[in-house]
Design a protein around this ligand. Sequence first.
Ligand code: ADP
Ligand code: MG
Length: 907
Amino acid sequence: MAEYPSEYELDVVLRDGGGARVRPIKPEDAGLIIDFFETLGPESRYFRFFRIKETLRPDEVAFFTQVDYSDRMALIALLDGKMIAVARYDREAHDASAAEVAFAVADQHQGRGLGTQLLQLLTNHARSHGIERFRAYVLPENRQMMRLFRNSGYELTRTIDDGVFTVDFPVAESEGQLEAEAEREKRAVAASLLPLFFPRSVAVIGASGDPSSIGGKLFRNILSTSFTGPLYPVNPKAKVINSVRAYPTILDVPDEVDLAFIVVPQRFVIDVASQCAEAGVRGIVVISAGFSEVGPEGADLEHQLLEVVRNSGMRMVGPNCMGLLNTASSVQLNGTFAPVYPPAGNVAMLSQSGALGITILDFATRNNIGISQFVSVGNKADVSGNDLILAWEDDPQTDVITLYLESFGNPKRFSRIARRIGRRKPIIAVKSGRTSSGSRAASSHTGALASSEVAVQALFRQSGVIRVDSIEELFSTANLLANQPIPRGNRVGIVTNAGGPGILAADALEGNGLTLPELSPQLQAEIGELLPKEASTRNPIDLIASGGPAEFHHAVSLLLESGEVDSVIVIYVPTSPEGAQDVADALSGCQEGYDGVVALLSVFMHSGDTARHLAGGPGRRAIPTYMFPEAAALALARAVGHGVWRLRDPGFEGRLETGDEAAIRAIVDAALEKVPATGAWMEPEQVDAILTAAGLRVPRSTVARSPEEAIAAAKAIGGPVVVKVISESALHKSDVGGVVLGVEGKDQVRVAYETVTKAVFDADGVLIQEFVGGGHEVLIGMTQDPNFGPLVGFGLGGVYVELLHDVVFRIHPLTDVDASEMIRETKGFRLLQGFRNTAEGDVAELERALLRVSGLISIVPELMEMDLNPVKVLPPGEGVVVVDARIRIQPVPDARHPRMRDLPGVT
Ligand code: ADP
Ligand code: MG
């Protein structure tokens, strides 16, 4: 019997936003099963057993609870400790690659997507146990069940026999099924967060009349914006708070409460949360602190709190947070204790830091940046950043998503979600801790070069997230993307009334990879029509100091319509007291009815408030404004970069052929038999065999354990050879004199053998290798990051790679686009293109090699570290050769198993 698969103990979120706990069935669940059967109505029983069934016999109960988690597996769903659904499979006796599935869902929980969610988990389990196909028998009138199978996204075949449908489908992952899962996840998560953001009624537990307390501030804030539903203060010590009748506990509130804010001392939080569950509250925001942020004891409490939340199917923001707000006019919920309430708008914000959250709201308010929803996520015990992004994906109020992050809960999931959403709504993030050098103990080049910073960088890059360095930049970029179109290219037109700032802007733009194209003579002539001859119609267009609202309006309108630029930056230096406002109004005029694709930004170089004049209105976009040209240039560069990412082909993932996969698995599985739990470096022969099976070229080579063997091997290979010591201790063989190149003839081989074996204390013979002449030396490597999974690195420089640090990383898996970009991002790329007197390299084959490495990683999760250093890149058409490779593997329990918490819908 297989071990109880505890990784299948998890929480899921359902179509209607409710939650349930899922776990594998256990022998001691007889009582649960019997109670569950009692709750099934006659129709449900008939559908499940194909006959009228009154009771479950003891032998049937035993049969249902006796599973071996391999040939027989069952998952049950629980709510408030009661079983509400079960899904099971039994492997077919005559065909080990097939299994029969069956479901039962309690009557009052049908239609909530429970069965679909259980099926997803069950197929996952089946897949990792060698099951390829599921079969189910369904009565034709059981529409629910047919819908469940259709919703799953699997390719169904259906036959009817004797009045019963037989539904068959392969359980392998498919695009349709992955898409269906992602869609289901998005809807379920968004629905589960509705009571938090769109509550029909709100309670504040720990509300207070004291305006200096947190409970007092929060309560007043909610009152202050006229929340559209009823508001109930809860406080056992007060009858009335701010003229509102108070209740001693949530259970005393004579109304259904969707959302409760909890602002009570830490020791009361769990009891209060349990009362909320009892009262049917659907979402809680725990402001109280003193949980995982204070140490292990607090973490323990947080865990208990989460148990209460999950058992009841509620959702929770926090603990240790400053609340949330929603400016939608249908809600108007100011649920934070911050002193400001930002203007309504289309930017959603998440802050992992409470203190910075207050600053962020203040900054947004001062800069007139409209916020749709704001959440301070605190310890993220339940609701995570990923959940919020999912909810904002389809939120009609939100066009831009901004994140202040300190850590990633689940980077894999973030990447999967962000990649999709970023194509519709830009995601901008500040990730703090950028400078911390999170280096890890590593015994490979790649491991030493990778850091968590590198991983974060790669994650953002691959998922199209716009990374900024400060909160100021977060807003300056958000302001642009929230109001103006994403530029289609990097051509910028500048219109200014002062030469100096124009030049500053031009420099800043070019420094950020943008260009100032020369304008056509015709356009210049048109622009010039309204200008004195001292003005310049070349880009930057300098209207000179006499340039006022009319001149700006004229030049900007022409540029917007010209098709010669992708964005326009207006720079105004005030020349009269009311000049700025007049020019701002003129620019707003240019936006009147303009729905083209050119982005318009403004720089008003003064301390006055022009934002009001640049605000949008019906049929008119707001124009972002900046104090200095550099800030505008940077924001614009980020928007342009994001536009490029959106338009780029997502590419295809590197995968190996099925035949190669089998060969590689055979080699790895054989090697693993001798590898201790702590892992080991593979033998040179095994390394060569794996690389060859993955389609990578290695030089001919032979292991020799005596000078005579070495001579024979060299002769067999022919031509000059390389002699390398085989040694556990020598990480860099050439550093200790363990490599001799270009060895020819008996005598030289003998001498080389002696030299290299004496260079180390633990020589285990030598490798005689074909000498590969010429080519560029590059590094391809991989290392495991504890949070991000495998990282793949590419760099130029061979033995100097650490010195030059010219290495680019991506998170596995790589697409062809990633591979191409990685190579081109290195500074040394020019060498591969044939720089000065160096030869050109076979870049196409190098890209393929990177994809093959990625394919290899996909099928060998046991890969811990790999250094292919150097890989020799020969001239175009001649390919690449891996002349030195080290691979470390380590047994991974149930390696083919995806991490359960990465699956869609699992919270
Ligand atoms: P280590 O990295 O342990 O020092 P390598 O096997 O990478 O040892 O060898 C060191 C250097 O020798 C390589 O960077 C490469 O320049 C050169 N070299 C190694 N093997 C070959 C080969 N088969 N053909 C040509 N040059 C080689
Ligand atoms: Mg090497």
